[in-house]
Design a protein around this ligand. Structure first.
Ligand code: ZN
Length: 265
């Protein structure tokens, strides 16, 4: 977790491991209507989901920073406690919609208070990383029992309540939300020659993305197959190199044993 100062520029750039987002529209259904460019299927804004999906599919992971502009400027997001719950529930919901479903061990979320704002110091109770443990269906957040409204661009009750407070002049705490996708960890008890590939996930749009330097590229079926072939080839080339060097070692050993044979007895 980094520390964030309002208006400062992060010492990072968008690359293969980092993505900045000024909004918190996680799933595609959360994009506001105005984000769709009329007469096209293009959008002026893309859901956070695509970046998360791209980070999963490289196997290497990465972090999305919500509340940071494309230029890396810390803008932050106003959030009350219910909205923090909303983001957690919404993320768990999104990860459950990927195919295959994303395991809890692959992602973490942290709400990082932004310095230079009124609440930055007093509101540190939810700042640490935690594996997201909120089930959207089975266990509602502890402080309230009303379910959050997900998969829609309309305001949830928690957003309307926050907006009402804001309009009354109540200042809400400001956060940068870090969503971290952890790298794929192969099974350590498998034999080292076993091919263990990171799974390729489809996001809630039914599309697989691959993280490039600073963008998320959608993959066609052939590209996924090619990507898998490449990973398999890299793996087995390593196995072959290791086996070949073992073979050379044994051949040398054998030869030296033959040469030294008469001296042994
Ligand atoms: Zn909500």
């Amino acid at each position: 977790m980094m520390s964030y100062k309002l208006g400062s520029v992060l010492p990072l750039e968008e690359d293969s491991l980092h993505e900045f987002k000024g909004h918190r529209n996680l799933a595609v259904e959360e994009l506001p209507r105005w984000a769709f460019i009329p007469g096209t299927n293009r959008r002026s804004r893309t859901p956070v989901s695509r970046a998360l999906n791209g980070f999963l599919n490289t196997g290497g992971g990465g972090t999305v920073y919500l509340g940071v502009t494309d230029e890396g400027v810390v803008k932050g997001l106003y959030l009350n406690q219910d909205q923090i719950d909303h983001v957690r529930v919404s993320l768990a919901d999104l990860m459950s919609r990927y195919c295959p479903r994303v395991s809890r061990s692959r992602y973490k979320v942290a709400f990082c208070p932004v310095e230079g704002t009124r609440y930055a110091r007093s509101h540190l109770n939810d700042s640490g990383y935690s594996s997201d443990s909120v089930e959207p269906t089975s266990s509602p957040p502890s402080k309230q029992t009303k379910a959050h409204v997900l998969r829609t661009s309309t305001y949830c009750w928690c957003d309307r309540a926050a907006l009402a407070l804001y309009n009354q002049g109540v200042q809400l705490p400001i956060y940068v939300i870090e969503i971290r996708i952890l790298p794929f960890v192969p099974n350590p008890s498998a034999h080292e020659d076993t091919l263990q590939l990171a799974p390729v996930y489809q996001n809630e749009e039914g599309t697989s993305f691959l993280r490039k330097t600073a963008s998320n590229k959608s993959m066609k079926y052939q590209e996924i197959a090619e990507f898998t072939r490449l990973q398999a080839r890299n793996h087995f080339e390593k196995v072959l190199r290791r086996q070949r060097s073992m073979l050379v070692m044994y051949q040398n050993l054998y030869t030296s044993l033959l040469l030294s044979g008469p001296n042994i007895s």
